[in-house]
Design a protein around this ligand. Structure first.
Ligand code: MN3
Length: 198
């Protein structure tokens, strides 16, 4: 069965004024959608067709002959995870179990913000910054292009897309302003708590 573009968890204008419907119409409607189309084309007739998205990603990770499959499969997963990492009611201080764990593993929320901002700012070119669980400890990481925590034995809790297509229409070249907006107004701590609890 072919993969389908998962629905956005909110309306395309729900993150305004921070991220506009204009951005989401391209980022979700064109970019995310084209990863789904590309993956379905690449998997047609392959023995990977019919597997779950996670199974495909793990099976082809690191396989030089299957980079195209990895890139498109991982980008489908990354974008679905990124939409959920934001909420119209998000932003600001964490709540619940993740708040205590951030204090425990980073020393303070402020330290987490510094590390996350640094990772997202310094990812050179296209990629992602993440809050992950690695051997029971929270860590901030960054990955290039389509790479993602599950290919490194880590559990993703939150992500921000720092490909230019994620912010250029709303923030132009000002990636740091986009990162600050994500943390202040959008980040979905309920989603992080759900992932932490699994
Ligand atoms: Mn993107």
């Amino acid at each position: 069965m072919a993969f389908e573009l998962p629905p956005l968890p909110y309306e395309q204008d729900a993150l305004e004024p921070h991220i506009t419907a204009h951005t989401l119409s391209f980022h979700y409607g064109k970019h995310h959608n084209s990863y789904v189309t590309n993956l379905n084309n690449l998997l047609e007739g392959s023995d990977l067709a019919g597997q779950t998205l996670e199974e495909v990603i793990i099976k082809v990770a690191g396989d030089a002959d299957k980079v195209g499959i990895f890139n498109n499969a991982a980008q489908i997963w990354n974008h679905s995870f990124y939409w959920q990492s934001m909420s119209p009611n998000g932003g600001g201080m964490p709540t619940g179990a993740i708040a205590a764990k951030i204090d425990e593993d980073f020393g303070s929320y402020e330290n987490f913000v510094k590390e996350f901002t640094a990772a997202a700012t310094t990812q050179f070119g296209s990629g992602w910054a993440w809050l992950v669980l690695d051997n029971g400890k929270l860590k901030v990481t960054k990955t290039g292009n389509a790479d993602l925590p599950m290919a490194h034995g880590q559990k993703a809790l939150l992500t921000i897309d720092v490909w230019e297509h994620a912010y250029y229409l709303d923030f132009q070249n000002l990636r740091p302003k986009y990162i600050e907006t994500f943390l202040t107004h959008l980040v979905n701590w309920d989603f992080a708590n759900e992932n932490l609890g699994q």
